[in-house]
Design a protein around this ligand. Structure first.
Ligand code: AHR
Length: 514
């Protein structure tokens, strides 16, 4: 339960514009597409005979929306599905591909119409880097090794020849490779020590062919499982030829964290929630900060120079499915509350830019905290409030993080802990800076002073995302209920700028610098 605080007063955010920190990798704005519900089938893929406008079976409107976001990478084919997936089932003539049961997600029959070539085609249409999740749970080392060869080898090796026989001459560039997924759960129910050994082995055989250097990401911890992270980090100690530069079979470990207002049994509804549920959600979203700090601390012990990356390759909200939809399809509505969960996470990723090299919100289309929702009957596409946060944050891609020192932030007690009601982050790239400000207060507007130091600010432009209702969301009938607008509530102030933050809003301020 949460208790109210006294009325808000002035909050200050001090930013030294001339002290750039670590680069915020654009890859923290990554996405995730699993063979789950209507993410691939109906979401990305409609097939070559569909009346829905498409390019080689891939929906044109979904691609256009995601291209506008400049999505940097796409993780596929799972998730839990990845550890059931055998890539050879998804190549060759579509009408000859074997079928399989998608046992994790709805127990439906998968016909493998969307496979390796379709995924790589999708990435090329999106202009996004592929992040392929290899199967450790039920696949073999040789199978993973062959898949890498099939995708990335140029000469007349057996797998390169097979790829050519299936119509693709040139190898693809595959920068990111996942070694298993949730190995502590759906990916094999393994112990940390057991998986660490397997990760070393599988990653060793996921080879670099020609100029394609893989960045291998070992399936990491769930939430606060520090033992898992520690075990993976410790696992390559003996491989150090030169202690200053250990030869590591994998270059990163992952972390998964989902936000819900309830429990795994009853996660809470995506819409129609109470104000208390709003605050519980915000408090849980802010927990990402603590998780990143704790996992990074463990990693620092083994890797003080921060060469090993932390990849949050599943994050976002997970609500009860929408009534009348298949419980295995994880279809949920997406509201203003989801938008603020996203902004809080992205702020944390910016603050941890030195260690967090990549992140993937789950999942891009029609599943969990999606960017876009498509109507199964009419095919209509809707941009979600979360999409707009990603769009408003484009300026942070590959920019240098700036520390934001917040003063006078009001808090609210939620489940016995203090929830700060403002979240903020900032970055600078050349002569432009971007400041992101989330007012997590469900009820009260506040004014914030941006105390801007170190460089002259010669112009600004602000945008705001908010709506009257906490659970406001977009539908085909009302696609712009939650959409960014020009924010006029920004004024000059002796210290920089004064910014109005409406209750439950997300505001970005772009600064022109000299
Ligand atoms: O994103 C949905 C599922 O959540 C993924 O398949 C799995 O990795 C996680 O438990």
């Amino acid at each position: 339960m949460s208790t109210p605080v006294p009325p808000p007063t002035r909050t200050t955010a001090i930013i030294d514009l001339d002290l750039p920190g670590a680069t915020i990798s654009r890859h923290v704005y990554g996405h995730f597409a699993e063979h789950l519900g209507r993410c691939i089938y109906g979401g990305f893929w409609v097939g070559e005979d569909s009346p829905v406008p498409h390019v080689r079976g891939i929906r044109s409107d979904v691609v256009a929306a995601l291209r506008d976001l400049q999505i940097p990478n796409l993780r596929w084919p799972g998730g839990c599905f990845a550890d059931d997936y055998h890539w050879r089932d998804g190549i060759g003539p579509r009408d000859q591909r074997p079928r399989m049961v998608n046992s994790h997600w709805g127990d439906v029959v998968e016909d493998n119409a969307f496979g390796t070539h379709e995924f790589m085609d999708l990435c090329e249409l999106l202009g996004a880097d592929p992040y392929v999740s290899g199967n450790v749970g039920s696949g073999s080392v040789a199978e993973m090794s062959d898949w890498v060869e099939y995708l990335t080898r140029a000469d007349d090796s057996p797998m390169a020849a097979l790829r050519r026989a299936n119509g693709r001459d040139e190898p693809w560039r595959v920068p990111f490779w996942g070694v298993g997924n949730e190995a502590w759960g759906c990916g094999g129910n393994l112990r940390a020590e057991q998986f660490a050994s397997l990760a070393r082995q599988y990653a060793t055989y996921a080879r670099d062919h020609g100029g394609n250097g893989l960045y291998r990401i070992a399936a990491g911890a769930n939430e606060s499982d520090l033992h898992w992270t520690e075990t993976l980090m410790r696992s390559f100690d003996d491989l150090a030829a030169d202690p200053a530069e250990p030869a590591r079979p994998f270059q990163a470990v992952s972390l998964h964290y989902y936000t819900m207002s309830g429990s795994w049994g009853d996660k809470g509804d995506a819409t129609g929630f109470s104000t208390d549920e709003w605050y519980t959600t915000m408090a849980r979203a802010r927990r990402i900060e603590e998780l990143l700090t704790r996992h990074s601390t463990v990693m620092d012990r083994y890797d003080p120079h921060r060469k090993v990356g932390l990849v949050v390759d599943e994050w976002g909200t997970w609500w009860n499915v929408e009534k009348g939809t298949n419980p295995g399809f994880l279809y949920q509505q997406n509201t203003l509350r989801d938008a603020l969960v996203a902004s809080v996470h992205l702020d944390a990723f910016h603050r941890h830019a030195e260690r967090v090299v990549m992140a993937n919100i789950a999942q891009t289309v029609n599943v969990l905290q999606a960017m876009v929702l498509t109507d199964p009957d009419t095919g209509a596409l809707v941009l979600t409030p979360t999409y707009h946060v990603f769009a408003m944050n484009r300026g942070h891609h590959d920019a240098a993080a700036l520390a934001v020192h917040l003063r006078g932030v009001q808090t609210r007690t939620v489940d016995g802990r203090e929830l700060p009601l403002v979240s903020a982050s900032a970055s600078v790239k050349g002569d432009a800076a971007l400041v992101s400000l989330s007012n997590l207060d469900a009820e009260s507007d506040r004014t914030l002073v941006l105390d801007l130091r170190g460089r002259d600010v010669v112009g600004h432009e602000a945008r705001v995302l908010t709506a009257p209702a906490l659970d406001a969301h977009n539908t085909p009938e009302q696609p712009d209920s939650v959409a960014p607008a020009t924010h006029h509530g920004v004024r000059p102030h002796a210290r920089g700028l004064e910014v109005d933050l409406p209750a439950h809003s997300y505001v970005t301020v772009r600064l022109d610098l000299r």
